[in-house]
Design a protein around this ligand. Structure first.
Ligand code: CU
Ligand code: ZN
Length: 201
């Protein structure tokens, strides 16, 4: 399942400004707010709006695993948020990265290539002053039911923009059996690739 949603959300500032009537009750303000939002959705060209883009990807099992779930990317106001909701994993910490190719065809996920590293830095923990890959999301925890989730937000990615040091389209999300040690080169010694999702529009 892949879905691209493109919706227009009108400026929050406009809505908040218009809801500042101190003589109304909270309930009335909610009504006012709802009506105003409806009104703005029908507004004409030239009005302020924020473009909101969303990709929903299925995580496919690799290397004989039972991994499943979804990975969602949403871009709002120059920031991309990734949310992965996964199951079928072993309990404990697992690495998750963006790898350089949108190609999950290999049974062991190796077709996805190495970590996405458009700025040619060393592997590391996200934000490390000594460098890190743009795909170095990190680790997430999985409970005793085999379920785990992670939410990650950054302004260093975009969905389909011109800047190839930021554009996540054409890459893939890989989940590993092991833990990223944030030190070993070139990929944190995270082990077998047990899940793969191609990031395509
Ligand atoms: Cu990886
Ligand atoms: Zn890396």
């Amino acid at each position: 399942m892949k879905r691209i949603g493109l919706s227009l959300i009108f400026s929050v500032t406009l809505v908040i400004t218009s809801c500042k009537n101190e003589n109304t009750t909270a309930e009335e303000r909610v009504d006012e707010h709802t009506n105003l939002t409806k009104g703005l959705e029908e507004a004409g060209p030239g009005d302020t709006y924020i473009e909101d883009q969303e990709l929903i990807l299925d995580m496919e099992p690799r290397s004989g695993s039972d991994v499943s779930g979804t990975v969602t990317f949403t871009e709002v106001n120059g920031e991309v948020t990734m949310t992965a909701d996964l199951s079928g994993l072993s309990e404990g910490m697992h690495a998750i990265h963006i790898h350089e190719n949108a190609d999950c065809s290999a049974e062991d996920g190796t077709s996805a290539g190495g970590h996405w590293n458009p700025t040619f830095e060393d592997h590391g923990e996200w934000g490390d002053v000594d460098g890190y890959h743009k795909g170095d999301i990190g680790n997430f925890d999985v409970n005793s039911n085999g379920e785990g989730s992670i939410t990650f937000t950054t302004d260093q990615w975009c969905i389909g923009c011109e800047d190839e040091t930021k554009n996540i389209i054409g890459k893939s999300v890989i989940v590993h059996e092991g833990v990223d040690d944030y030190t070993s080169q070139p990929s944190g010694a995270a082990g077998t690739r047990i899940g793969c999702a191609e990031i395509t529009e």
